[in-house]
Design a protein around this ligand. Structure first.
Ligand SMILES: *Cc1c(COP(=O)(O)O)cnc(C)c1O
Length: 318
């Protein structure tokens, strides 16, 4: 498990590599939720998502390597490419055929090689493992890694520094690195804080695994919350147990609810977020999440959405 000391060390290490993102109140969601709702605007992070925190912490902790590699649906690959360039080491990012074109282009623009391989996240991961075995690369996994979890956990420190009275944090959930890190930090500082995970109905691997009592594979389906797709790994070492032990509630959302969240954040808050990041607002709008027990923080985890898709959602076409 990852603890507060590791998360504090990560915060010190990555401070020069990341932005400290703003936390601000949402008037509209506060009116709807029966108590104060705050937005942690991590979609304003460099590279457009929180994954820069974990990737920077992990990459900065490596010794001499031929390069770094990972498998990623986009945001983690982009983060690792950015961190590798900052540290002056080569990066090869392996990803499945389901990854949208804008995310591939973004990785190549950061000077990394984008290697498209396999029909799923798990298959792309095999190529990353091969680079480690045969070419001397170091693997920086997207979520199931202590240094990555500690990096993501720095968000929990920032949230409680800015809003010590927070009663609950709602966190987009896929492989669980974000939830595990934020929950570990927040619970260590505030043992009574509520941790709520949110995924989409379509292909939520952590939800299926928790229900089964062990990591299971799910079919990877197209979803507006594409950054929440992919498995948790059948050999999961850390995030399955941490999510099981630290999460109070899990909410699963329909595609139309996620679209409504994206639309609402754009129109009412002026925030462009991707589907994965809209799930907190979507849950409040759907009446599945409220702030009656005290201040609720919604973690807006990323903003990397295809502009054409975003426009279609705003027009109500999705
Ligand atoms: C990766 C990602 C998530 C989920 O993070 P996990 O650590 O895999 O649970 C949520 N939102 C965005 C934007 C992401 O890129």
């Amino acid at each position: 498990m990852v603890g507060l000391d590791e998360i504090r060390m990560a915060a010190a290490r990555i401070a020069p590599m990341i932005r400290r993102t703003p936390l601000r109140v949402s008037r509209g969601l506060t009116d709807m939720a029966g108590g104060p709702v705050w937005l942690k605007c991590e979609h304003h992070q460099e590279t457009g998502a929180f994954k820069l925190r974990g990737a920077s912490n992990a990459a900065a902790g490596l010794g001499r390597v031929a390069g770094v590699t990972t498998a990623s649906t986009g945001n983690h690959g982009r983060a690792l490419a950015h961190a590798a360039r900052a540290l002056g080491i080569p990066a090869v990012i392996c990803m499945s055929r389901l990854v949208p074109a804008n995310k591939i282009a973004a990785i190549e623009a950061l000077g990394a090689e984008a290697r498209i391989t396999g029909a799923s996240q798990d298959e792309a991961f095999d190529e990353a493992r091969r680079l480690v075995r045969e070419e001397g690369f170091a693997l920086v996994p997207p979520f199931d890694d202590a240094a990555v979890i500690a990096g993501q956990g720095t968000l929990g420190l920032e949230i409680l520094e800015d809003l010590p009275e927070a009663a609950a944090i709602a966190i987009p959930l896929s492989g669980g690195g974000l939830l595990a890190g934020v929950a570990a930090a927040a619970r260590a500082l505030r043992p009574d804080i509520r941790i709520i995970g949110i995924s989409m109905e379509r292909g939520a691997a952590m939800a299926a695994s928790l229900a089964a009592g062990h990591p299971v594979d799910v079919e990877e389906l197209e979803t507006l919350a594409d950054s929440l797709g992919g498995g948790i790994g059948l050999e999961n070492r850390l995030t399955f147990a941490m999510c099981r032990d630290l999460m109070d509630d899990l909410i699963l959302l329909e595609e139309a609810e996620i679209a409504a969240g994206i639309r609402w954040l754009a129109r009412e808050e002026g925030e462009t977020v991707e589907g994965a990041a809209a799930v907190g607002a979507a849950a409040v709008l759907a009446g599945r999440l409220d702030a009656r027990a005290g201040p609720l923080v919604l973690l807006l985890s990323g903003g990397n959405i295809d502009p054409a898709l975003h426009a279609a959602i705003l027009k109500g076409e999705r």
